[in-house]
Write a protein that binds this ligand. Structure first.
Ligand SMILES: [Zn+2]
Length: 285
């Protein structure tokens, strides 16, 4: 074999995911739009914020359960107190992430492994914080991925480092609609070395649509991205788990035999042909 590349479930070349922050009440409307178009999202929540009912801004626990979790979306950590990890001494960052994880898991009886860096995230580093230090304590806290932000990532590539997972764009990015058109039109590359899988990852806050009175923008985005046969629609953690399973495949030295030791069925493109390997199966190429 010359080249082999990951294919998403059902052999799909592309995946789309969304990431929305802060657990505000507009998440209900946003979740319903995602559901209408068959899209999956990750909602990043602050364990100290939800369920307070001190104002009308934050989601209540029952609303998170009903509109996010029961609808098949993911909940992830966003700092118990929404503090930027790049500005925190390690012990403070550890507390904010761990408290958020503990709070969300206790409230919803689930396992929470994702993070979207709150506030200015890891763009500024102060008080002795380093990227390696933050990554190390997130690993110790069993956080498996962390979304950062601040740039346009037009390569549509999977993250090289899950703790610096750069989204494709914010939903207000001026170049967004052009990027979506480019992504939707992407086909299997004729050049064998360029057949790597593609990911479109959009982020934002649902309250921005109310503030700017532009809910039609997210409708248009979802409409353009939805309903494609060659796109897998998944939450952030579903993408992480699938890619991790793919990377766990075991090969013979000459690459002719591939064993799938994971619990997931895996798809793989080898020299332009797509194969699938069931859990526990070994295939011969
Ligand atoms: Zn936030």
């Amino acid at each position: 074999m010359r080249y082999h590349f990951l294919r998403f479930p059902e052999g799909k070349l592309k995946a789309v995911t969304f990431s929305y922050d802060d657990g505000c009440r507009d998440d209900i409307r946003l979740s319903e739009i995602f559901n209408k178009y068959g899209l999956k999202a990750t909602f990043n929540l602050n364990s100290s914020w939800f369920g307070k009912n001190t104002n009308d801004w934050h989601l209540m626990k029952e609303e998170i359960q009903k509109y996010i979790i029961d609808a098949g979306h993911e909940i992830a950590t966003h700092g118990a107190e929404h503090r930027a990890n790049g500005n925190l001494r390690a012990i403070e960052g550890i507390q904010d992430v761990l408290n958020c994880r503990l709070g969300l898991e206790k409230a919803f009886g689930t396992i929470v492994r994702g993070l979207a860096y709150p506030d200015s995230g890891i763009r500024n580093l102060n008080n002795g914080a380093t990227l390696d230090g933050i990554e190390n304590y997130l690993k110790e806290l069993d956080i498996v991925y962390a979304r950062t932000l601040g740039e346009i990532n037009s390569s549509f590539s999977l993250p090289q480092n899950w703790y610096r997972w750069m989204p494709t764009a914010h939903h207000d990015a001026p170049e967004l609609m052009g990027l979506i058109d480019e992504f939707v039109e992407l086909k299997e590359h004729h050049y064998p070395a360029r057949r790597d899988p593609k990911l479109f990852y959009l982020w934002g806050h649902s309250f921005e649509f109310s503030e700017k009175n532009n809910w039609e923008r997210i409708e248009e985005i979802c409409q353009k991205l939805s309903g494609k046969n060659d796109i897998w629609y998944a939450t952030n953690i579903e993408i992480y788990d699938y890619v991790t399973a793919y990377n766990s495949l075991i090969y013979s030295a000459d690459g002719s035999k591939i064993y799938n030791p994971t619990l997931k069925q895996i798809w793989i493109n080898i020299d332009g042909k797509t194969y699938t390997i069931k859990s526990g199966e070994t295939i011969t190429i």
